[in-house]
Structures are given as C-alpha cells and as structure tokens.
Design a protein around this ligand. Sequence first.
Ligand SMILES: *[C@@H]1O[C@H](CO)[C@@H](O)[C@H](O)[C@H]1NC(C)=O
Length: 244
Amino acid sequence: MASWSWGATLLVFLCFSACGGELITKLPGQPKNVGFKQYSGYTVTDAGHGRALFYYFVEADSADPLSRPLTVWFNGGPGCSSFGVGAFMENGPFQVGENGKLLRNEFSWNLESNMLPLQYQQDNLDMNIIPLVLDILKEGIPILLFSGDQDSLIPLTQTRTIANILAEDAKLLTLNKYGPWYDGKQVGGWSQSFGEERDGKNVTSLTYATVRGAAHEVPFSSPSQALTLFLSFLKGSALPRPHA
Ligand SMILES: *[C@@H]1O[C@H](CO)[C@@H](O)[C@H](O)[C@H]1NC(C)=O
C-alpha cells in the first residue's frame, strides 16, 4: 500500500481521461445516496508481453476528494484479487450482502483517502510486486506492509522478510525497533518502521506490521485494528507505542 499526495491524484485523474477510464454510474446492487465517484479500466504496463493492470478507483467520500491522499492497494499472496477480495471484502466502500445486494462498509478506507486497488492480469504477484514496491519507495512514497498473525496462507515471517529486503535495497534505517503497537489499550500487533533522515528529521517510509488475531484478509477479520493502522499510516506517524 502506498500513499500519494493530491499531485499524483491529479495525474491519475488525467490518466483516466487519457487511458479510457470509465466512470461507473452504479454498481449492480449498490445502495442509494452514494456521494463519491468510482471508475474502472485497464492500463497497459507491458504491451509486448500483453501485461495490463486492472484498476477500480474509488474517490474519497469527502466534500473535497482532491484534498485527500491517494492510496494504492495490492493484495499479496495466492488467489487473492485486490479487486474481488481487497475492495469487496476488506477495505472498500461496499461489502456483498445477501442476494447480491451491496452494503455500506462503516470501516471503509475511502472515508479518509482516495483508494486505488490494482490487479495484475498475470498472477505471479510476488515477482511483479517487489520491484514495483521498491520503485515506489525510492520515489519517497511511503509503504505499509502488514500481515495477520493468524494468516494460514502467508506466514508473517515472509512479509517481514520482504520488508527487510525492501529496507536494505532502499538503504533505509530502522527508526522503530520491532515491538508491540497499540490499538487503544490493546496490543494491536507488532511493528517495525524504517526510514531516513530528511532535513534533520526522521521520516518513516516503510512500516511493517503484524495484526494480532487477524486472518489473511486483515481489514475483514479485524476492521478496527486495520483502520488504526491505516490512519497512522496516512498521518505519516509511527504506530502508537506504549512509551514512544
Ligand atoms: C533517526 O533515527 C536514528 C535511528 O533510530 C537515530 O540514530 C537518529 O538519531 C535519528 N535522528 C533524528 C534527527 O531524530
């Protein structure tokens, strides 16, 4: 997951007209009184190999979406679509209810940010994503990687290894050692943050976090912890620590 400022948001909007992005007027089963816009389409990343990204862009549910950050979201791991699983089961504005009806998600991340889940057509996700995430990081765009500690598909040590590889490749310092973070008074999980000194200040650019008790789809199984995680990521602050 990465967060851009509105400058990049504008680029995405410009890209929508140039890349043939479609405004979704209404999803099947969508509830009434939806005030934010949704777009979808394909953007070609490698014409020679027939690679393209499918995206579903959800504007922030705010009077002024351009003032909100843009979050790009990838689901890692096998059989996990950022669109089907990420957007419709985890952090998107809707969840699928009975008879195909869509219900509003009260923990939707688009309450705070414009959301762009990206989907690779090829499904060798890990191989494609690590270099891409590294490029994003090198541009100074912050990244949050997280794993449920009850995830039966991806062990959290694998995500931690990826975070360490990224930190090393991007030459980042450890700013906060691996230790517990708090969701209110409860331990939310464990985290480590990496970053660099810019103008005499330490700036967090990569956060790795585990989420206590969460399964593979963290925002689905632990929506409150996931939102705490996301809000501190958006603020650019380290995760709440007991005596930090
Ligand atoms: C930044 O973090 C490093 C590692 O924790 C620390 O040694 C350094 O003093 C910090 N710099 C500032 C400006 O806080």
